[in-house]
Design a protein around this ligand. Structure first.
Ligand SMILES: [Zn+2]
Length: 321
């Protein structure tokens, strides 16, 4: 696993560990499968640096389309590697009307009939990725939770020959059974769990305006990046007042500028969000079952779940870490 230009590059085996460590503070209900169309397999054959293509897609989406970031949350490649492109906590620009609770995946290639043929490695990654997202977000292997762009728009995306076709019937017959088998394998086999990276010790919020990231614990160690006030970081190790904020990379920040925060999951079908800690405060929204929240502050069993005044009753929160 490594981060290049803001893109997190992963092997298939690193995915579940990554997903377990990342905070996603919105409800996820739809895993969107797309193909890039361009770049396609011949583009990737010409230049097999995933960052080159991610960068060019991002430029196109930001400069040409005027979007805030690259459209998709995740990209998969012909060699079976994958990249996290837009944070999973941020809604993608994938399928109109289906983004707020969606994860957008772009599979690099053109899978219309007669164009690119999915490589065995690419197939394995696409199947595993869908299964791992089903596991992570407690979804079902069905056509409500795993969707193709084509079902909502006239586009052929993710391609008329994507795993036997781009229709719901084709998905049910030729794709979902493979995802189900992979889901069964990863959730039942203990041997897989051993390769998964350790879950975080807990979560920390950055309280300094800007906090330097260093390559080792210590203020004199080389600076490799920055994190900003209000960011929620997963803590993976602690050493002499320093905290490692990556599961596998040497990225350390000083604990002096961190505040311990706890994470929880919403248990109620729909939990009211209020402007203060109690039922006499007005309701300003709701969070859905399964949504992960960060507890910034606690008062009388009420939790503030946002940097702003947004409170929920702690009775309906499954508290972790
Ligand atoms: Zn699409």
């Amino acid at each position: 696993m490594k981060t290049v230009k803001g893109f997190i590059l992963l092997n298939r085996d690193e995915l579940r560990g990554f997903l377990a460590s990342v905070l996603v503070d919105r409800n996820i209900r739809e895993i969107q499968n797309h193909h890039t169309y361009l770049p396609d397999y011949s583009s990737y054959k010409r230049n097999s640096d995933p960052v080159k293509w991610l960068d060019s897609m991002k430029q196109y989406h930001v400069v040409n389309n005027g979007w805030s970031d690259i459209a998709q949350n995740i990209t998969t490649f012909p060699d079976g590697t994958l990249a996290i492109c837009r944070p999973l906590g941020q809604a993608p620009t994938g399928i109109k009307g289906h983004n707020a609770e969606g994860i957008c995946i772009e599979h690099l290639g053109n899978f219309d009939t007669g164009k690119d043929t999915l490589t065995p490695e690419h197939k394995a990654t696409i199947i595993h990725l869908n299964a791992a997202l089903v596991e992570r977000f407690r979804l079902g292997v069905n056509t409500d939770n795993i969707v193709y762009h084509h079902w909502f728009h006239e586009k052929t995306c993710p391609g008329t020959a994507f795993f036997g076709g781009n229709t719901r019937e084709a998905a049910k017959k030729d794709f979902l059974p493979l995802v189900q088998a992979e889901y069964d394998r990863i959730t039942k086999k203990i041997t897989v769990a051993q390769t998964v990276e350790k879950p975080p010790l807990g979560f920390r919020m950055v309280v300094a305006q800007t906090l330097n990231v260093r390559s080792a614990p210590g203020a004199k160690q080389p600076k490799t990046g920055e994190v900003f006030a209000g960011s929620i970081l997963a803590a993976f190790a602690e050493s002499g007042g320093w905290v490692r904020i990556s599961p596998s990379e040497e990225r350390w920040v000083s604990a002096t500028y961190l505040k311990v925060v706890h994470k929880g999951t919403v248990l109620a079908d729909s939990l009211n969000v209020r402007t203060g800690p109690g039922t006499d405060y007005p309701v300003i929204g709701a969070v859905a079952k399964g949504t992960e929240v960060v507890m910034y502050e606690t008062e009388n069993e009420w939790f503030r779940i946002d940097p702003n005044e947004k409170w929920v009753s702690g009775k309906y929160i499954d508290k972790q870490g």
